[in-house]
Ligand binder design. Structure first.
Ligand SMILES: *Cc1c(COP(=O)(O)O)cnc(C)c1O
Length: 410
């Protein structure tokens, strides 16, 4: 029998015939960019997460940029975030001439350490922007308490965490034992806005795409404006009152629109939204499969001598965007070799992430190496191994076998 050749990336989309059919339907229709699918996808996301409003964007980065704008983050303001994230969490602050302040992470989860946040707050701080690293939710209840105390906003970068859940503490006033306090990430119970990405490696995909969830109408309206050049066509919102309510209001021309702020074209297309709607229907199955695969890894790698495993605490359930292993001390200095050998055996491993402030651009801005020792240590140890819903049991077994092979070689 021919030996099977594998190349298993760390993450991959899952697209089926149904998805393709939905996209083709839009392509054959009249509206391929701004038809009914945009609002429908937004509504489905709001329904799924339990948030009041969802606004979709043409990338997670555009969604972050717009959320920060809606939060009125501007020149010389500061935002507090984690260095173990994708660049755009921090870059979106720079887009607005504001500055990210990096706070160190928890060693186990890779998430920002809530206990270190208060020390980093200054008069300029506007928002705390935690990242649900690898799909594992931050302790948002704890972070929102700190934010409230200092009058800050919480914007959750949940680009990894669509489909993750967390439990909030029971209200002391209730007499019943509340057993079911679980909510979905994105419900905005403890965040002012929560951001998702629909890049192909994320929980669901629209090719490129993203969303902001919020319960706040003011934010919602600003998000809509910024997405579309700052333009509104809604007569109720026009600022030019002469036209709307003056003696000539009956002449309000139907071509009339108003630009009220400087926005961008951050719109997601109907074509992509059709894909998103169809993908969202399968999200629960995707997450269930991700959890199964993670459990197989947890069992297979239990008590091994080479690396530490990701752990869930009792307040949250991960969406398992990543399965990050962390090399034990003995292997920490062999990461390059281990990584190359894993790639050589067909495992498309990746590293999440190089601390953002290590990037030359940030170094140039004056950020110093060494400011977040846990994050830097995490970076030296971390490797993300393949995990995505389309993996077969055979492929999972292949991954575990090859990983043990590599560690026995080094
Ligand atoms: C993917 C990702 C983003 C950016 O999303 P894009 O859709 O690629 O623009 C932002 N933050 C985190 C943590 C991400 O993983």
């Amino acid at each position: 029998m021919q030996k099977k050749e594998y190349y298993l990336p760390y993450g991959h989309q899952y697209i089926d015939e149904e998805d393709i059919k939905e996209v083709v339907k839009v392509l054959k229709g009249d509206w391929i960019t701004q038809g009914s699918k945009v609002a429908e996808f937004g509504k489905d996301l709001a329904d799924y997460t339990g948030a009041k409003y969802a606004v979709v964007f043409n990338s997670g980065t555009a969604a972050l940029h717009t959320a920060y704008f809606a939060a009125n983050i501007k020149e010389d303001d500061e935002i507090i975030t984690s260095p173990i994230t994708f660049l755009s969490t921090a870059n979106a602050a720079l887009f607005l001439r504001a500055y990210p302040v990096f706070v160190d992470i928890e060693k186990d989860t890779g998430n920002i350490n809530p206990d270190l946040i208060e020390k980093a707050i200054t008069k300029r701080t506007k928002a705390i922007i935690p990242v649900d690293y690898g799909g594992y939710p931050v302790d948002l209840e704890k972070i929102s308490k700190i934010a409230k105390k200092h009058n800050l906003l919480v914007i959750e970068d949940a680009c990894h965490a669509l489909g993750a859940e967390y439990r909030y503490s029971s209200q002391p006033s209730t007499h019943h034992l509340q057993l079911d306090n679980w909510v979905k990430v994105g419900n905005c119970r403890y965040s002012d806005m929560t951001i998702f990405s629909f890049h192909p490696v994320k929980s669901i995909t629209t090719g490129e795409g993203g969303a902001v969830l919020t319960n706040n109408k003011k934010f919602y309206e600003k998000l809509l404006l910024f997405r579309n050049h700052g333009v509104t066509q809604n007569p109720d919102k026009f600022l030019n009152k002469d036209l709307v309510s003056g003696p000539t209001s009956h002449l309000l021309p139907s071509w009339y629109y108003e630009m009220q702020l400087l926005g961008y074209n951050y719109r997601l297309t109907d074509i992509q939204c059709a894909l998103g709607i169809s993908q969202l229907k399968k999200l629960s199955k995707f997450i269930q499969r991700r959890r199964e695969i993670a459990q197989i890894y947890q069992d297979a790698f239990k008590n091994n001598d080479f690396f530490d495993l990701p752990q869930e605490k009792d307040y949250a359930k991960s969406s398992w965007h990543l399965y990050p292993i962390k090399l034990k001390d003995k292997y920490k200095n062999k990461k390059r070799e281990i990584f190359a050998k894993l790639r050589g055996k067909g495992l498309g491993v990746q590293v999440h992430y190089i601390p953002v402030y290590w990037q030359p651009y940030y170094q140039e801005l004056g950020y110093k190496k060494g400011i977040c020792p846990n994050a830097e240590d995490f970076y030296r140890r971390e490797i993300s191994i393949p995990l995505y819903p389309a993996m077969s049991d055979e492929e999972i077994e292949y991954v575990t076998r090859k990983i043990f092979e590599v560690f026995k070689e080094v």
